[in-house]
Design a protein. Structure first.
Length: 426
């Protein structure tokens, strides 16, 4: 048997294998060349020269030209608005509230019925007192009849004098009982009248503290508070130095008590607006408080439109001197650094300069400048972030405030006073 040999595989030609390897090397070379070209393109793009951007315009700021003006110095002190009279109503009788005769917050007149308490226990007390009085009056009538009957018998010696005198004494005793029971009846009627609680004065009534069905205890339970509406008052404590400034008046001349009392004072409300009605000081305490060094004063303000309410926070503004040619700048324009105040002044070429200044009194939202600034110079009031020293700016003029707005425009908050520093207003 002839052995079978395996069929040999055909061998690839050597030239074909060399051709495949060359193709692979060619493709790799093309890929490498592409990567080099891309890298070169990016490098050229990154190093290529571009046109320089245009210079930014100068920053726009709001400036104000400082002009001299007449200014009134005043002292401004924190206060709280109160009613001229305020009464907490407490019942003089105890009982259950059966009726409320007002709406909270409404005006009332003196004598208006506000609360009614359950009067039935007091009606029973009146009825009992009337019965006791009737009994005593009947006894008095009987004893008087005895006295009248015994008098002629005594003249005829028909009865002993002792019997007559005892009857007369009994009449006096019964008469005293009648008087006592009459007083008890009047007292019961008076107690009954206390079940009706009426307003002691004209004014505004607050929110009731007890509802219908609630128990009111005599002399203890607060039913409601009534306060007068017009005028309103403001108590405040003025430091001794400010009190002396007010009393000296203009040019340091002493002012009389009458002239100080006639001097118009203003009330700055919580939103910075000035109350339209001027007030006057009507009370000054007899002595300063030794602990605080302050004197208590009271100012009275008309309140025809009920604008002022009890408890409103405010500041009393008391004028005491006048300055001519004063320089005022807005408080928001003043910066502070290391305990020194400065302004950003716009000079020639609209270049900004940081200028140290000296400040005096406060005038609402303004400061009185006493040094470092001249009339006619321009200061930055808005855009301070962009107004750096040496920067050229594009100034925009600020519309000047009216004299009535220079203190504190309506709806603009005035800065809180620290103590009672003297202030100024144009």
């Amino acid at each position: 048997m002839t052995p079978t040999l395996p069929t040999p595989r055909p061998m690839q030609p050597r030239a074909s294998r060399h051709s495949a390897a060359a193709s692979i090397r060619h493709r790799a070379g093309l890929l490498l060349l592409s990567l080099i070209l891309v890298a070169c393109g990016r490098e050229q793009a990154g190093t290529g020269k571009t046109a320089a951007p245009p210079a930014p315009p100068p920053p726009e700021v709001t400036v104000m030209t400082v002009t001299p003006q007449s200014t009134t110095l005043f002292t401004e002190i924190v206060t709280e608005v109160k009613a001229l009279r305020e009464v907490e109503l407490r019942p003089r009788a105890s009982g259950i509230v059966t009726r409320i005769g007002f709406a909270p917050g409404q005006p009332v007149k003196a004598g208006d019925l506000l609360f009614v308490l359950d009067a039935r226990p007091y009606d029973e007390a009146i009825a009992s007192a009337q019965a006791n009085l009737a009994e005593a009056q009947a006894n008095l009538a009987r004893v008087r009849q005895d006295v009248e009957r015994y008098a002629p018998l005594l003249k005829d010696n028909a009865i002993p004098r002792q019997t007559y005198e005892q009857t007369v004494a009994q009449e006096r005793q019964v008469k005293a009982v009648v008087d006592a029971r009459q007083a008890a009846l009047e007292s019961a009627r008076l107690e009954r009248s206390y079940t009706e609680v009426r307003s002691p004065m004209a004014g505004l009534v607050g929110l009731q503290k007890v509802e219908v069905g609630g128990l009111a205890s005599a002399g203890q339970t607060v039913l409601v508070t009534v306060s007068t509406r017009d005028p309103m008052v403001a108590y405040f404590n003025i430091p001794e130095t400010d009190y002396l400034a007010v009393m000296r008046g203009a040019a340091g001349a002493p002012a009389s008590r009458e002239s100080v009392m006639r001097r118009a004072v203003r009330l700055v409300l919580a939103d910075g607006s000035v109350y339209p009605q001027a007030g006057r000081i009507d009370f000054a305490d007899r002595a300063l408080d030794a602990g605080t060094g302050t004197l208590t004063l009271r100012a009275v303000f008309p309140n025809p439109a009920d604008m002022l309410r009890v408890g409103m926070s405010a500041r009393v503004r008391i004028p005491h001197d006048t300055l001519e040619n004063a320089l005022l700048v807005p408080q928001k324009a003043v910066g502070e650094m290391l305990g020194r105040q400065f302004l950003m002044v716009v000079g020639e070429g609209d270049k900004v300069e940081q200028r140290a200044v000296e400040l005096g009194a406060r005038s609402g939202e303004n400061w009185l400048v006493t040094g470092g600034l001249k009339a006619g110079e321009r200061i930055v009031v808005d855009g301070l972030q962009a107004a750096r020293p040496g920067t050229v700016v594009a100034p925009r003029a600020l519309v000047p405030l009216k004299a009535s707005e220079a203190v504190a425009g309506p709806g603009k908050p005035a800065p809180a006073a620290a103590g009672a520093a003297p202030t100024a207003k144009p």
